[in-house]
Design a binder for this molecule. Structure first.
Ligand SMILES: [Cu+2]
Length: 159
């Protein structure tokens, strides 16, 4: 009896993990919905569009436009975004698709003319918006090095 109970609980755990793992399916979004990626009718248009969804790792974004010349330009910082700095990773082709495989915050704008100033800009937040940090492992490495240093010192004095 006991072993059968254990087996059943084990099966339930495996099944639950499977369900949790499969709970989120990556989505592909067309930036701006039906409007696409153009100079918007009002400057808060893309802010409103992004606020309608919560984006997760694996999600893709398609920048579509049928009129005018535009770019999907990714700039590095909020400051560059706020100032419409038009230098960054420039994607020029309509229909370009961008997929994010880590949490983080991404700043996109159009680098054509004054399109950005007119509101063709958008912040995409993946997950909590915070990129994975490598600070912790390097701190651990520093601690290990200093431990080695002090143990070497101890050996020196013992001899
Ligand atoms: Cu544009």
């Amino acid at each position: 009896m006991a072993s059968r109970l254990c087996f059943n609980i084990g099966f339930l755990i495996v099944a639950s993990v499977g369900l949790l793992h499969g709970a989120y399916a990556a989505n592909t979004y067309t930036v701006g919905g039906d409007l696409g990626w153009i100079v918007p009718p009002n400057s808060s248009y893309y802010e409103e569009w992004t606020s309608q969804s919560t984006f997760q790792i694996g999600d893709s974004f398609v920048f579509n436009w049928t009129t005018g010349t535009h770019t999907a330009t990714e700039v590095s910082t909020k400051e560059e975004y706020d100032n419409c700095t038009k230098m960054g990773i420039i994607l020029k082709d309509a229909g370009v698709k961008v997929t994010f495989n880590a949490n983080g915050t991404h700043y996109f704008l159009c680098s054509e003319g004054t399109h950005c100033e007119q509101g063709q800009k958008m912040i995409i937040k993946i997950g909590d918006g915070i990129p994975p940090s490598f600070a912790a492992p390097s701190l651990t490495a520093a601690a290990a090095l200093s431990a080695l240093f002090f143990s070497t010192l101890a050996i020196f004095f013992l001899n």
